[in-house]
Ligand binder design. Structure first.
Ligand code: PEP
Ligand code: MG
Length: 579
């Protein structure tokens, strides 16, 4: 399995066959000719190609209007039409044919090369983006000069994900909407043709995937993750099954989202109100969290600001990102987690130390406490964003009370700095601890005195309780969310929270698994933070159960002694719920 990263531009998931669209296989075989009497015929051939390109473009414009019912792509077609009518370009080509005895193909290429170079060197971003348009334009004209037909996306035998260097409006004409179900391109950005087209059609797409056209021959199974921007070629069985489930869930959620369901509360039949928050890993997910009707952001992971960067992000740029989320959710809470780097979340620029046991090593809060030049600007940015909405700060990987005390002292000292700098911030920001190490769960009482809220990170809690590396496939069967010991730790934290009036959220993946909903609600949780898309499905289950039943299920499950038995029991109970 090969995994590539690109930019997600249109959300959704696909597991399909890859179809490689060979965009520009055009070659110029003859550059000059020696007989001057041929010049007139060659000029004529060029002008004919201009005319037939024009006719083709007018046809495309009409079909694009029918396909998308919008003008954006038509603007691109118009740009090509303007270029075709450009007198200077035409005269330059004609001169080269007559004076230098260049073939029209070569003359055209030389003329456009100059314009492309000029655009590439421009300071203006818009002009630089026009380079791709000029290249498309050249391909079109060359194709007409050489009498080639354009490869189209109609007549496809099965549903496919199109893989291409870039998609031109011309290629998308005649696209069979029943067969083309995803796009991946090597170039492009959030405003590229592909992005516009994919969003217009509601088809998942990932652009700027380096090297994809070399890695694909066509016919392979490909997965595209239009939410996180990942592309996987020849996936293994586990990943494939995971994404097939995601695709199904996503599609189902889309249908429900178009109804009033989005606005309904996550409330059980007997009136127990739950709050479903969103986990956000990338800033673009803030919008989907909002769309899926999240009660707020329950976990804003901030590692994306650090990974793949050469420099540590400064306070100002972080502040901007956090403030945007805070303002979007107004008074709904936005829980920003301080940096949780290390182990599976690697940023070599920050921690390039090789460790024997990275999961037990210098990661997360441990790293932050040792690197104040990283920690302090982030704390300052979060405190400042707190002045623009209901922002809370969450400290990850806390394992001892001393560690929590140190982190809180740093926060106080950063507040002093901000006061001295006379910068606006929220001095009363809520501070929470992630409960993801068994020592913290077992000592929840002690932690309750020190923080405003708990967030149970089951992804790590399971790994540290059962001594199982969460990403090691060889021991995946031992990674058991329903292990009685894990459930016992969760229960203890929930109980302490209830006694001490400390809010408890669960933010691990387990919260988004429908199989766990009855159990977790029955254990007394009210707040779950899950991937935005899962909100729909979990809400659907909540609205079809009673709290009474959930309590009974939790009670029964906790009496069983193996993870397998508990899981089987939960499966039966879930199957009996009609949703
Ligand atoms: C967790 O550990 O459960 C969690 C939510 O955090 P992450 O997956 O980012 O470690
Ligand atoms: Mg964690």
């Amino acid at each position: 399995m090969k995994i590539l990263q690109g930019i997600p531009v249109s959300p959704g998931y696909r597991v399909r066959t890859a179809y490689l669209l060979n965009a520009d296989g055009i070659q110029i075989t003859e550059k000059t000719f020696s007989d001057p009497s041929r010049a007139d015929a060659e000029k004529e051939r060029f002008l004919e190609a201009v005319e037939s390109s024009k006719a083709e473009l007018y046809g495309e414009k009409e079909r694009l209007r029918a396909l998308l019912g919008q003008d954006m792509l038509q603007i691109l077609v118009d740009y090509h039409l303007t270029l075709l009518d450009d007198k200077n370009m035409r005269e330059e080509v004609i001169t080269r044919i007559g004076r230098d005895l260049n073939t029209p193909e070569y003359a055209l290429s030389l003329s456009l090369r100059r314009s492309i170079k000029a655009l590439q060197g421009s300071d203006n971003e818009y002009l630089r983006q026009r380079v791709a348009d000029l290249k498309d334009f050249e391909t079109r004209l060359q194709r007409h000069l050489q009498g080639l037909r354009q490869e189209s996306m109609s007549d496809l035998p099965v549903e496919v994900v199109i893989v291409a260097r870039d998609l031109t409006p011309a290629q998308t004409v005649g696209l069979d909407r029943n067969k083309v179900v995803g796009f991946v391109t090597e170039s492009g950005g959030p405003t590229s043709h592909t992005a516009i087209l994919a969003k217009g059609l509601g088809i998942p797409a990932v652009v700027a995937v380096n090297g994809i056209t070399n890695d694909i021959l066509g016919g392979e199974t490909i997965i595209i993750d239009g939410v996180k921007g990942k592309v996987m070629i020849d996936p293994n069985a586990k990943t494939r099954a995971e994404y097939e489930a995601l695709e199904e869930e996503y599609n189902r959620a889309q249908v429900l989202l178009r109804t009033e369901f989005r606005y309904l509360p996550a409330e059980t039949i007997d009136g127990r109100r739950m709050r479903l928050y969103a986990n956000v890993e990338f800033p673009q997910e803030v919008d989907s969290a909002f769309e899926y009707g999240a009660a707020g952001i329950g976990l804003y992971r901030t590692e994306f600001l650090y990974t793949g960067r050469r420099q540590i992000p400064d306070e100002e740029s972080q502040f901007k990102v956090y403030r945007e989320a805070a303002e979007k959710f107004k008074n709904r809470s936005v829980v920003i987690r301080t940096l949780d780097l290390g182990a599976d979340k690697i940023a070599e620029e920050v921690s390039n130390i090789k460790e024997m046991n990275p999961y037990l090593g210098w990661r997360s809060i441990r790293l932050c406490l040792g690197r104040p030049e990283i920690f302090r600007p982030q704390i300052a940015a979060i405190l400042r964003a707190g002045a623009y909405g209901n922002v809370k700060m969450l400290l990850p990987m806390i394992s001892t009370l001393e560690e929590l005390g140190s982190a809180k002292r740093v926060i106080e000292s950063v507040k002093d700095d901000l006061r001295k700098r006379k910068v606006t911030f929220n001095p009363d920001i809520s501070i929470g601890a992630m409960i993801e190490v068994p020592s913290a769960a077992l000592q929840a009482e002690g932690f309750a005195d020190e923080v405003d809220f708990f967030s149970i990170g089951t992804n790590d809690l399971i790994q540290y309780t059962l001594a199982v590396d969460r990403i090691n496939e060889r021991v995946a069967n031992l990674y058991q969310p329903t292990h009685p010991s894990v459930l016992e730790l969760i229960r203890q934290v929930i109980d302490v929270g209830a006694q001490r009036k400390v809010e408890v959220t669960l933010c691990g993946e387990m919260g988004g698994d429908p199989l766990m909903t009855l159990l977790l609600i029955g254990m007394g949780l009210r707040d779950l933070s899950i991937t935005p898309m899962a909100i729909i499905r979990i809400k659907q289950i909540i609205r079809n159960i009673t709290f009474r039943h959930a309590r009974e299920v939790a009670h029964n499950a906790m009496k069983l002694s193996t993870a397998g038995d508990i899981e089987n029991y939960l499966r039966e109970e879930l199957a009996a719920i009609s949703t």
